[in-house]
Design a binder for this molecule. Sequence first.
Ligand code: GLU
Length: 499
Amino acid sequence: MKVRVRFAPSPTGPLHIGGIRTALYNYLFAKKNNGKFILRIEDTDMLRSVDGAENHIRESLKWLNISIDEGPVKGGLFGPYRQSDRNSLYIKHIDALISQKKAYLAFDSEDDLKRARLAQEKKGEAFLYNWRNRKNFRNSLNMSSKDVEKELNVGTNYVVRFKSYAKGDEKTITVNDVVRGQITFDKSLESDKILLKGDRTPTYHLANVVDDCLMEISHVIRGEEWLPSLGFHCQLYDAFGWKRPVFVHLPLILKPYGKGKLSKRDGEKFGFPVFVVDWGKKSMSFERDGYLPEAIINYLALLGWNPGGDKEVFTLKDLEGLFSIDDVSPSGSKLDIERCRWFNHKHIQRKSNNTIKEKLLNELEKREIYNSQVVPQRVANLIKERVYLLSDVWDEACYFYESPENYNTKNLKRLEKASAVSALISINGYVSKNLGVSWEKAVDFVAEDQNMKKNLILSTIRLALVGRFAGVSVFEILSIIGKEESMKRINNLLSRLKE
Ligand code: GLU
């Protein structure tokens, strides 16, 4: 079987990581099976379409290096790939269903439907337009062809509905889903869903099924929220006489805290990004927060699937060779931003040190620090293993370029003032008297001179250099910033301690 899969987002807003995971699984499945990955924009609901959303979808995939084989911009043999450009195809197919009486025209006005709904609800029952009552409505199943024509001629508004279950039909439809197994739907409990709206545009269901068939989609891999529509979609395939694709409904990505599906608003609520690239000016995004695309790919790939074994860090290329939909888990997974940070750390370590250097150069430029003697490459090499997000780079590197403006109060309190003061005096005195002496030797001297533990001396010097008990090895810092600057910072802390 030729594998052709599609990612079919509706451009109703920015693409969030739930959608991205769906795109990624489709992409990986296509790669693993030498297939094609298609981007189809499902913009049948023009009222809900949002300006810029399609662009955000494309930019997000581009940032992640998920390449598209066919799509609205890329083109392809099965286009157009935007549903709003495919209307005539839907009309043609709906006409075929109408002529076989598998779909029908319904002329009921809003008021008629409202009245029927209220009456039903009064009886304590939910209103469904289906086999029980379709004969009571103004539709082409009940009207003579002359009357239908009359309505059409005077321009009465109508929709086209799918004729689902009718008395005597098989009541159930059984479908297979790779993740969920066999699922049976009771057709008699379904309504006759609208396929074509009053404005002659298709509903999601019609356009989705027609396109999947015309684009020769072999596997439909999508979010679990579409599972309730599956029975209906299969009825449509059967009505058209088309072979059903293989269905794979992916488990939900859940909120990090509490219950339920992750929503676009959760990012703002909990303070973490849900988009990979910026959406609007105020937005948070993984890119802005200093994540690498490789880390997001790795994290999302393992959110609902894993290849077995202990290995966790994978590149996109690795995943392309490993992915299998048979191992997708049926249960939802909570978004875990700490784990995502951990993957980012791992992928930063795999990158060349230049990634950190470039980020550092950027930060220096932002701060107009041009004349420093400190070599960025040296700093980058040293801090790399401490960086979790690219946005940490300045925090990890700043003390090489700027003397601390203040000292961490908690750390400061932990110093025993009198001995810290005499240690600092002793070390500066020794270094200025013994030109060319190494800092290691100077620390040894102070340890003996002051009868003080080396660790205590080092953390006091660290506070002087960095402003807090953090950072790379004290001797590395001393050697990089140089004797003059080091002694100046030691004096600064001394004055502070003496205040
Ligand atoms: N347009 C649907 C969405 O926005 C696509 C569902 C599907 O993949 O069939 O998620």
